[in-house]
Design a protein around this ligand. Structure first.
Ligand SMILES: *[C@@H]1O[C@H](CO)[C@@H](O)[C@H](O)[C@H]1NC(C)=O
Ligand SMILES: *[C@@H]1O[C@H](CO)[C@@H](O)[C@H](O)[C@H]1NC(C)=O
Length: 253
């Protein structure tokens, strides 16, 4: 489920911390032309080529390591489900697999005022590990537990859409994103959870139970994941856009 973190970055063309007019575009980034009849193919290839270079981050423009991508804390509310209700906090989470994303399709609409990009990205495999604390009612049983967990996800396909508008920043036109949506689909998930119960074999039974019923838990967690990640993605996109005037990211004839 932490794949959303990763998906976010598929739209990252460049990123930076401070607005420095002399900051150089990453050399791995292929710049496309607005009027190119094969513009979408060009942007798609550009992101595809750029993606693996994000693995260790790009220091001079302030991109942190993306593979693994690290985040400190997330909370999930599990509700509206007769089977399981409660709260799960996760921390020290590492998400692996982002840089092997394959951009499957991309479509852009760009006018003098705004830009909208739809894309589809495929990740063969993602591995997420972290610590958790949960306070959950399972049928009639309430249990509080903590431990480590990891999740292996396979065949992840995500559709995303970003919408942005051109705004003036110190006399230069920059894109500013105001909307980001990600709709991920996961082929399979395998859970490995320790610390649910002192008894190891019971623990295994529950890990297997989660794995067998992964879709229920995934569907439950998805709205929380999206609520937490979409604003973050938007923020990241805007950090990128604010560093480079749009005319540097997409050449106009
Ligand atoms: C581009 O515009 C067309 C026609 O209005 C629309 O059908 C399509 O969904 C748009 N694509 C994006 C990426 O916004
Ligand atoms: C996944 O988590 C389980 C339970 O905590 C642990 O035994 C296993 O070593 C972990 N696997 C990896 C690859 O970290």
């Amino acid at each position: 489920m932490k794949l959303l973190v990763a998906l976010v970055y598929t739209i990252i063309v460049v990123a930076g911390k401070t607005v420095d007019p002399n900051i150089e575009l990453p050399s791995s980034l292929k710049i496309c032309r607005l009027e190119d009849p094969n513009r979408d193919e060009c942007i798609k290839n550009s992101i595809q080529k750029f993606l693996p270079t994000l693995r260790d981050g790009i220091e001079n423009i302030g991109i942190q390591s993306m593979d693994p991508f690290i985040y400190e804390k997330l909370s999930f509310n599990i509700q509206n489900n007769n089977l399981l209700m409660g709260k799960v906090d996760v921390k020290d989470v590492l998400n692996y697999g982002f840089s092997s994303g394959v951009i499957q399709s991309l479509e852009s609409n760009i006018t003098d005022e705004e830009m909208s990009i739809n894309g589809k990205v495929f990740f063969p495999k993602m591995f997420v590990s972290g610590k958790y604390e949960s306070n959950v009612a399972f049928n009639a049983f309430r249990f509080v537990s903590r431990g480590q967990y990891n999740v292996t996800m396979k065949d992840i396909t995500a559709k995303w859409n970003i919408k942005s508008k051109l705004v003036d920043v110190n006399g230069e036109a920059h894109m500013k994103a105001h909307y980001f949506e990600i709709i991920p689909e996961v082929g399979s998930m395998k859970f490995s959870i320790s610390g649910l119960f002192p008894d190891k074999s019971l623990n295994q039974v529950f890990s297997d139970f989660f794995t067998e019923n992964w879709k229920i838990f995934y569907d439950e967690a998805l709205p929380d994941i999206r609520n937490q990640w979409e604003p973050l993605v938007l923020d990241i996109s805007n950090k990128i856009f604010s560093n480079f005037p749009f005319k540097k990211l997409l050449l106009k004839d």
